[in-house]
Design a protein around this ligand. Structure first.
Ligand code: ATP
Ligand code: MG
Length: 399
């Protein structure tokens, strides 16, 4: 797919050692050049819920970045190659009502999507697995629940917006905590467990996840302080089990709903016309973009404040073409601009998704192959997860 995401363009926090290295270059007396230090192997984890077919927001905001990371890993020397874990996070899907037959199909389809995107290609490939087939995720979530303040979870915005979507509420003000289930409230703790279980150093996600990632980092620190464990040589306190993960926020802006440009495009939002699925046919793509909500002003301008609908389309256009939003807007300034821009956008999105669609249709029919890949993914993920849980139990005293 021709998506403009490159791992090099991601915002990653500079490690302290890099900041130190930079300051030494400013010293007056040059010191003899030291040999370049070997690149530190990163452990990268991210997940996607099987709550429906992924849409172009998931693709631009997350999956295209995962693809770039796999390509990057393939170029790295084997001894310092990044470890990548990408998961279909089925336990998260249970935080909203589910129909079992549908969930079963959507879990399988999401797994096929990740394979069709080439994320498990042999060299540099990720461990692709179902979170719900690795029981250590739920186990670690319990340990983390015991150190997470409830009022911190109550302040998070995600449960309110999820409930508002589910209940078709006009605004989040109509939602209160009497409608809230414990699982939906505790969802970010399970997400922290997903991440910390693999001693993850980097988490590539879309902007909507920034608040959850902050919680994961804080939870790791609180837990490390509460249960530092013992040093390997047995002499004194350890430093705690978890690595504090850095967030790799995608450079793509959040992709908005085609029906309401003030809301994000979401798998679990009820209206299919609010989103473009990665599996949509060319005619569906054209029809959905044609009926996308814009405004009655003629011509295209880049003005996200007063023209959120037009801005949302320009961002999708930019994501799939690599062109700047302003320059796209200038090409469609004329009176029929919005209609012409929509036609062009449908072409760009359709051609960006074409090769994926073919690959997905092929893979999803190969049930035996999919089952084998699922078993293998769960086995590899579980190996890492069990090693971490052993350390957690030893630090806590439940071993
Ligand atoms: P749901 O509505 O069930 O929460 P979702 O569409 O929000 O589904 P998730 O499975 O929650 O998808 O998220 C998977 C990844 O996709 C995350 O990294 C998230 O940041 C990213 N993502 C989700 N929606 C968007 C969007 N509209 N724009 C950009 N990135 C997105
Ligand atoms: Mg979501």
């Amino acid at each position: 797919m021709s998506v403009r995401a490159s791992a090099a363009s991601l915002r990653v926090q500079l490690p302290r050692s890099a900041a130190r290295a930079y300051s030494t270059t400013l010293e007056a007396t040059p010191s003899p050049p030291s040999p370049p230090s070997p690149r530190r192997r990163r452990t990268i984890f991210s997940g996607i819920q099987p709550t429906g077919v992924p849409h172009i927001g998931n693709h631009l905001g997350a999956l295209s970045q995962w693809q770039s990371l796999v390509k990057e890993a393939a170029q790295q020397p084997a001894e310092s190659r990044d470890s990548l874990f990408f998961s279909v996070v089925g336990l998260h899907a249970l935080t909203v009502p589910q129909d079992p037959a549908r969930l079963r199909a959507e879990r399988r389809d999401m797994f096929a999507v990740l394979l069709a995107l080439g994320l498990d290609d042999a060299k540099g490939g990720a461990v692709i697995f179902h979170q719900d087939q690795v029981p250590e995720h739920a186990e670690l979530a319990w340990y983390l629940n015991t150190v997470t303040p409830v009022n911190r979870l109550m302040r998070m915005t995600s449960w309110k917006s999820k409930l508002a979507t589910l209940r078709n509420a006009n605004s989040e003000d109509e939602i209160d905590d009497s409608m809230l289930q414990l699982g939906l409230l505790a969802y970010p703790v399970l997400q922290a467990a997903d991440i910390l279980l693999y001693k993850t150093s980097h988490v590539p996600v879309g902007h909507d996840q920034a608040q959850h990632l902050e919680l994961a980092r804080d939870t790791a620190q609180i837990f490390n302080r509460a249960y530092p464990g013992r040093r390997k040589d047995g002499k004194g306190k350890g430093k705690g089990v978890f690595r504090i993960p850095d967030v790799m926020l995608t450079t793509h802006p959040r992709i908005q709903s085609l029906r309401n440009p003030l809301e994000k495009m979401s798998k679990s939002a009820p209206h299919p016309s609010s989103k473009i699925f990665l599996t949509d046919s060319p005619s569906d793509i054209h029809a959905k973009i044609k009926s996308a909500v814009t405004d009655s002003i003629q011509g295209v301008t880049w003005d996200p404040e007063t023209r959120p609908g037009v801005a949302a389309l320009l961002q999708i256009f930019s994501g799939y073409s690599g062109e700047e939003v302003q320059s796209i807007a200038r090409r469609f300034e004329g009176t029929r601009g919005i209609m012409e821009m929509k036609e062009s956008l449908a072409e760009v999105v359709e051609s960006g998704l074409r090769s994926f669609r073919g690959e997905f249709e092929r893979i999803r029919k190969e049930t035996g192959y999919l089952e084998e890949r699922e078993r293998e993914g769960a086995r590899r993920a579980r190996e890492a997860a069990q090693a971490t849980m052993k350390e957690v139990r030893a630090a806590v005293g439940t071993d």
